[in-house]
Design a protein around this ligand. Structure first.
Ligand code: H2B
Length: 96
């Protein structure tokens, strides 16, 4: 189910650095270089596949921009929040 505006605001408080852009949860990640960025994308890809929930994203060298929404629902759902949290924990394990 698509989150209401007030539910979305609660979700944004619980997430680190995610914002709403064009009705999607969005965040930009920056890495030391391309290999680190691509390694991050590989881990995210494996997690996304296990959830059957996939990001829209782009990568240029050391930057990865991720946009999350639930296509079948036409908006942001708790699945997107769940994937966002997993993406952050993958990112934290790479950056630290
Ligand atoms: N990912 C996202 N972000 N939203 C979806 O609605 C979605 C998906 N649907 N991954 C899944 C795959 C669907 O297309 C397949 C057929 O299960």
């Amino acid at each position: 189910m698509i989150l209401t505006n007030s539910e979305l605001n609660e979700v944004l408080k619980e997430l680190d650095g995610w914002k709403i852009v064009d009705n999607q949860l969005s965040k930009e990640f920056k890495f030391k270089g391309f290999i680190q960025a691509f390694g991050f994308m590989t881990e995210v890809a494996i997690t996304a596949e296990t959830m059957d929930h996939h990001p829209e994203w782009s990568n240029v060298y050391n930057r990865v921009i991720i946009n999350l929404s639930t296509h079948s629902e036409g908006g942001i759902t708790l699945l997107d929040k769940e994937l966002a949290m997993k993406i952050d924990s993958i990112n934290n394990s790479i950056q630290s």
